[in-house]
Design a protein around this ligand. Structure first.
Ligand code: ZN
Length: 378
């Protein structure tokens, strides 16, 4: 069964792709403020022109400026979240141009997540032109530094989430079916510092206390915290230590990544990581760091949003699956603020942060249609 929004999506597909191409060609690596600001100006202009949005800027010194695009005057608030930044340095377009390749469109950041931002522009335009959803105000937040963990946008995202009924995150979907995300793991980042005693490995070995040996025991102990049943992963991804093969190592350090499904498990694993046992006598171990993004847990309210989306997608002939991921997004912050969060609503495609990044063009019209209806009917 088709609907008026599917007609709108089919009619405007070419315009949407032109917007997306212009946006992708404004390369916007997180660390280049001037470049991210150019992309932000462009996107804000599209929200203002196409969806009659009021733009509220949140200026930043170090990072690109964030903005809110506010659409509608209704009492019920719905938050949409996207990011302007990509992991790709300026000049990547020369190597990975933005172009059509059969049913694919390629280009740095097209999948993660410039398509999602542009989808929001066109969905809000369709909502505004239809006169539907006049009971709602939609607030789209464009974050300039998501790829480095949202250091300055986090408090803004959390505040906007608390003011909203729900949060819709336009990050890319999963797999060729365009699966949405109902959960994301929480992320912990730690550093372990091991202090031993140096000595000559040949002349004076018994006076040494090896930090490298202690570190080896610690790595094995930390990896034992992995629990596939609970979805908990611990990865010691980087180790460093010692100076020369003939010196008993005086110091060593490691970098540790933790992923957890629930807040309960986050607390348990965090305690276990911080309470390090001692293995080598005379060596001390210190842990710094902690939980960076809390887990986005599935809730009955987020499940209801998914059930509605699945019904609307079915009208477009799309069988919409739901899944989750070990990777974080701003959805972790909105969910932890206690707001029903529905993520992975953006692009269908593949290759985020990789050379084969692309979106699937034939998936756009049906997705834009059911997403627009979701905005109206939720
Ligand atoms: Zn992203």
């Amino acid at each position: 069964v088709s609907n008026r929004f599917r007609g709108f999506a089919d009619e405007h597909l070419g315009d949407l792709l032109a917007d997306l191409k212009a946006f992708v060609q404004l390369e916007s690596p997180t660390t280049d403020k001037a470049a991210v600001d150019r992309a932000g100006q462009y996107l804000a202009g599209r929200f203002a022109d196409a969806a009659r949005a009021d733009i509220v800027w949140h200026r930043q010194e170090r990072w690109g400026d964030h903005f809110e695009a506010r659409v509608g005057r209704g009492r019920r608030r719905v938050l949409l979240v996207g990011h302007l930044d990509t992991v790709w340095p300026v000049g990547t377009l020369e190597r990975l141009p933005c172009r059509m390749d059969g049913d694919r469109m390629t280009g740095p950041g097209c999948f993660d997540m410039k398509y999602g931002d542009i989808q929001a522009v066109w969905a809000l335009r369709a909502v505004v032109e239809s006169g539907a959803a006049e009971d709602k105000t939609f607030v789209f937040l464009a974050n300039s530094e998501e790829e480095v963990g949202s250091p300055t946008s986090r408090p803004l995202i959390e505040r906007l989430a608390r003011e909203s009924e729900c949060a819709l995150i336009l990050e890319p979907s999963v797999g060729p079916e365009g699966a949405v995300k109902l959960w994301r793991k929480g992320v912990g980042m730690y550093r372990m510092h091991v202090q031993g005693v140096a000595s000559h490995a040949g002349a004076d070995p018994e006076r040494g206390r090896s930090a490298v040996l202690e570190l080896a025991h610690q790595v094995i102990d930390l990896h034992a915290l992995n629990d596939p049943e609970l979805g908990t992963t611990v990865n010691v991804g980087v180790v460093r230590g010692g100076t020369r093969s003939n010196v008993v190592a005086a110091s060593a350090e490691a970098e540790i990544d933790l992923r957890v499904r629930t807040m309960t498990e986050a607390r348990r694993a965090d305690e276990r990581i911080k309470a390090r046992p001692a293995f080598v006598t005379g060596v001390s171990t210190r842990i710094t760091g902690g939980l960076n993004r809390p887990p986005m847990e599935e809730t009955p309210a987020s499940r209801r949003l998914y059930e509605l989306a699945r019904r609307l997608a079915a009208d477009e002939g799309v069988d919409l699956p739901a899944t989750g991921t070990g990777g974080g997004s701003d959805g972790n912050f909105t969910a932890a603020a206690g707001v029903p969060t529905f993520d992975g609503l953006g692009a269908v495609g593949d290759g985020g942060h990789a050379d084969h990044e692309h979106i699937i063009v034939s998936a756009i019209a049906p997705r834009l249609a059911w997403f627009t209806r979701l905005l109206v009917e939720l």
